[in-house]
Design a protein around this ligand. Sequence first.
Ligand code: DX5
Ligand code: ZN
Length: 215
Amino acid sequence: MSIIAPSILSADFANLERDTKMVNNSHADWFHIDIMDGVFVPNISFGMPVLKAIQKHAEKPLDVHLMIVDPDRYIDIFSALGAKILTVHFEACNHLHRSVQKIKSCGMKAGVALNPHTPVNNLKNIIQNIDLVCLMSVNPGFGGQSFIENTYKKIKEIRALIKETNSSCLVEIDGGVTNQNASKLITSGADVLVSGNYIFAAEDPKTNIKILKDL
Ligand code: DX5
Ligand code: ZN
């Protein structure tokens, strides 16, 4: 059974309390929170006040995915806002090891995300220091995009690297995850499935969460 992390980016922002409670009462495991700055990605999502509002009602761990340049500036703030897992982008960090150290020193689990075109081999010298690898299966910036098929190959590569280095880090897949591709993602080696549109655009989001959870 994989870890299911509904992406709040696809929630109804006028009903965040309702949607947060829906996730609390579902079979989901984490909240996936996408922070975008309009610089690293061509979109701006939301920032600290919205995260604070979600945190007020959330009863499951907050998995915060930073799509921002120079994330070190905000690591302690996201810790104070209740993030349990903080993921930064490989492509956004000049000193990735330092960023990971800072995340851990704040008491959070450290994740590193890779854009679809970024080879997994780049994580060779950091994989033992991190708790999660987030493989982007769409180009980051928007919910509701279609899944990039090359991701299956990357999952196998990252699994091989994890094995080779004896790392215990989790593999998270983010973007375009639905009931159509989830089984194959799991058999390829995914541990965590992020899903936005498939869950929140559904008539009954809790059922779709359960469908993913039961695979
Ligand atoms: C994309 C975000 C994803 C997104 C996933 O930049 O990181 O978390 O919200 O949403 P879907 O499942 O709709 O692709
Ligand atoms: Zn995300």
